[in-house]
Ligand binder design. Structure first.
Ligand code: ATP
Ligand code: MG
Length: 396
């Protein structure tokens, strides 16, 4: 028996000992049947959230009105959700109300894809009224029930179809893909935060490349802020395991406008990362005459990421000088300084040496010192730098 289910089994056994039903469901059952690493355990039960809460010492209420309680066993968070059906959807996003049901079959029917709608008892017997195992066998993502209906209920499911297809390397069934194409525009009703979560999951798998043609074919990108600007030829040909690097390449070639990145509601750090990557790609073309100067301007991690991207896309990004970047990468660990504060003298020292009032010239002197030290033309010690400043006080 797979160990990943151990704490979940404790939860199921406890619920069952009170006379209720409880089953493993969703991703954990799917991944167990495919033989993939199991990430987190979801359990479905006919016990109400209040009952579930009363049965365990440590619980977290993350959405009682949607039926979900987290049960903590040995620091593992196990999501326990009461059987439910979803009623009418008026905004293509969330059901207007959630109804609990006493039927496992009803609960499985409201789930998104057949492969996600399989239940399993604590002793690993499978309940699969929607034939999810057949689709696992065929490696197929297919909605439970009518695809058009399911996507008009909740438009995010279209993106989830693509995401699971990428993650599991499954195809999307013809009906399901046709429905995605037909209703792609409804993704505009879904919050950008939820969209980005799915897109980032697609990149995390390292498998997105083989599914880019399908993503394009789905037509969904054109309804997502920022991603609607992607040049589709570049998107299809670029091999990247990161959304941020993908965006950097698109900005580098002037397809995506970097001032729109905020619309993705990603963190400021993520935006800074993208912009810095673009700057590096541009810098690697020409700006710096010596690899050590390039290395000084960028972090080792950024150089590594950029080299990875260019290495995987040599013909596509051929105007960026990979050799120069690798030279900078090699130089990085041995640089004599990593910032102006590593210089043996600082601004105050320079003002004292020159006996001049501060001004724009000071920044220029410091930059000159940085360059000379980086290029090995000056030793980074107080005497050498002081001498240099004394003999070069012709700064405007
Ligand atoms: P993973 O955790 O690997 O991303 P998962 O299948 O566990 O995959 P979750 O988002 O954790 O996906 O959802 C758990 C289960 O809840 C799914 O397997 C599915 O049965 C159901 N589910 C989640 N989101 C939806 C949705 N939008 N519509 C219908 N069912 C859903
Ligand atoms: Mg999950």
């Amino acid at each position: 028996m797979s160990d990943a289910f151990q704490n979940g089994r404790t939860v199921i056994d406890t619920i069952e000992s009170e006379g209720y039903e409880a089953y493993f469901v969703g991703g954990c059952v799917r991944d167990y049947l495919i033989n993939r690493t199991i990430k987190d355990i979801d359990i479905t039960t006919n016990a109400t959230p209040d009952t579930v809460e009363s049965l365990f010492d440590k619980t977290i209420d993350i959405g009682k009105k949607h039926g979900t309680i987290i049960v903590m066993i040995d620091d593992e968070q196990i999501e326990v959700t009461t059987y439910r059906t979803e009623t009418t959807y008026s905004d293509y996003r969330r059901p207007d109300e959630v109804n609990f049901t006493s039927s496992l079959e009803e609960d499985l029917k409201r789930r998104d894809f057949t492969v996600n709608a399989i239940a399993m008892t604590s002793d690993m017997s499978i309940m699969d009224p929607n034939n999810g195992q057949v689709d696992i066998e065929r490696r197929l993502i297919q909605t439970v029930g009518d695809a058009e209906e399911r996507f008009t209920e909740d438009a995010l499911r279209m993106l989830r179809a693509l995401r699971f297809s990428v993650q599991l390397q499954f195809d999307i069934s013809e009906d399901t893909l046709t429905a995605v194409k037909r209703y792609a525009h409804l993704i505009e009703h879904v919050s950008i935060e939820r969209i980005v979560v799915e897109v980032i999951k697609m990149y995390k798998t390292n498998e997105i490349y083989n599914y880019k043609a399908t993503i394009i074919e789905s037509g969904i990108l054109q309804y997502v802020p920022v991603l609607k600007q992607l040049d589709l030829d570049l998107f299809q040909t670029l091999k990247s395991n990161s959304l941020l690097a993908e965006l950097a390449a698109q900005i580098y070639y002037n397809h995506v406008n970097d001032s729109t990145l905020k619309q993705l509601r990603i963190s400021n750090d993520a935006i800074a990362y993208i912009k810095n990557m673009v700057e590096l790609m541009k810098a690697a073309k020409s700006q710096y005459k010596d690899a050590r100067l390039l290395a000084y301007k960028f972090t080792k991690e950024r150089l590594d990421d950029c080299i990875l991207l260019i290495d995987k896309n040599r013909t596509l990004l051929e105007d960026i000088d990979l050799k120069f970047l690798v030279e900078a990468q090699n130089a990085h660990p041995q640089l004599p300084i990593y910032s102006a504060s590593d210089l043996a003298i600082d601004g105050h020292d320079i003002l004292k040496i020159t006996n001049r009032p501060a001004g724009r010239w000071l920044r220029e002197v410091i930059q000159a010192l940085e360059t000379h030290v980086l290029l090995g033309e000056l030793n980074n010690d107080k005497d050498s730098l002081t001498d240099w400043v004394k003999t070069h006080d012709d700064f405007a």
